[in-house]
Every structure is written in structure tokens, then in C-alpha cells.
Ligand binder design. Structure first.
Ligand SMILES: [Zn+2]
Ligand SMILES: [Zn+2]
Length: 190
């Protein structure tokens, strides 16, 4: 459970991914220019565990890793995501384009990387501490009691009130009536 702006875990993700990439590149003698490969972490991807962006002008590939996937997966699975995105980076650097075709498939198989981008389900609800100095949060897939009536619960870490967010819409509430109101207001989008 980390703060949305906590840099520590993002640094850890990038550090581990870079080390893994370096090992894979040297083990398979991949033609990837690591000086033209950048890494970043996002918390905004709702379903994709990773992505690779290509800057045509600079010829720099940027691998974007999703923090929630890192937190949810074991390292072996996440390392597969890193290798998958590495195949994209290789295609971009070598051919200026990338997809999930035969060429991709061949190298992905060699690297024991999944052929398709991993997807994962973002929790429907997020519980969050309202304490000024506390960064506790947690995801929930179902409308559990704290989701339905957060007013009856306190942050387990600091004792402050908590709020709930409906992740898809960004709507938040802190009480049982707030939950009812949000549900009614969202209707089919709930
Ligand atoms: Zn992909
Ligand atoms: Zn707290």
C-alpha cells in the first residue's frame, strides 16, 4: 500500500526492470541500444501491465510499466511483462514499428515472454485514508462493508477517517448515504 506519489516503489520497479533487461539483452545477444531505451512507471493504466512508446524523431523507445501490476504480480510474471515490452523496444529500434506479428512472436518465444500484452483488472473501488500524514490505500473488487459504509471504519494505520472512490468514475464518498447517492447517480456506469 503506497502513496500515489511515492517515488520509492517506482525507483525499485525501474531498477529491477533495468537489471532484468540487461541480463536478457546480454544472454540473448539482443540488438537493443540501451542508451536509446528509457523506463518509466505509471499508475494510470487501468488494464495494461506495460507498454512501449516509440519516439520516431529521437529514435528512443520508452518502456512504461504499471505500478499496480508490479504490486499485484509475483516477480516472475512481472519479469515476463518486462521481456514482452523489451521485444517491442527491439522492434521499434530495429524496424521503426512494432506489433504482435510473427517477428514479435519469434523473439517473444525465444525470451519466454508472453505474446500478448498482459492485462489485469483494476479493483472497482479504492479505500483511502483521509489523514493528512497517512498514505494508506487499498483496492476492493466488491462492495464490501467498508465500501458501502466507510463512516463506520477507521484507517488501520493511523485511525483517521477513510473515503471510498469508485475507480472508473472517480466519484468518492465517506458515508453509507454517500455510497447510495453515488450508486444512484452513476446508474449504468456503476
Ligand atoms: Zn505488446
Ligand atoms: Zn491513515
Amino acid at each position: 500500500m503506497t502513496d500515489a506519489d511515492d517515488p520509492t516503489i517506482d525507483d525499485e520497479i525501474v531498477a529491477r526492470a533495468r537489471i532484468h533487461a540487461r541480463e536478457v539483452i546480454s544472454e540473448h545477444d539482443l540488438e537493443i541500444d540501451r542508451n536509446a531505451l528509457e523506463w518509466t512507471v505509471t499508475t494510470r493504466a487501468r488494464r495494461r501491465a506495460g507498454a512501449c512508446r516509440w519516439n520516431r524523431a529521437d529514435e528512443v523507445a520508452t518502456i512504461v510499466l504499471t505500478r499496480q501490476a508490479y504490486e499485484r504480480y509475483d516477480w516472475e510474471t512481472f519479469a515476463g511483462v518486462v521481456r514482452h515490452e523489451l521485444v517491442h523496444a527491439w522492434e521499434y529500434q530495429q524496424f521503426g514499428e512494432s506489433g504482435h506479428g510473427e517477428r514479435f512472436h519469434d523473439l517473444a518465444a525465444t525470451l519466454d515472454a508472453p505474446r500478448y500484452c498482459e492485462t489485469f483488472a483494476e479493483p472497482r473501488y479504492a479505500l483511502r485514508c483521509l489523514g493528512a500524514d497517512c498514505d494508506w490505500s487499498a483496492g476492493r473488487h466488491r462492495a464490501s462493508k467498508p465500501v458501502k459504509a466507510p463512516g463506520g471504519y477507521r484507517c488501520g494505520r493511523c485511525g483517521s477517517d477513510i473515503e471510498v472512490e469508485h475507480v472508473d468514475s472517480g466519484r468518492t464518498w465517506t458515508t453509507a448515504s454517500g455510497f447510495g447517492g453515488a450508486k444512484a447517480a452513476l446508474g449504468k456506469r456503476w
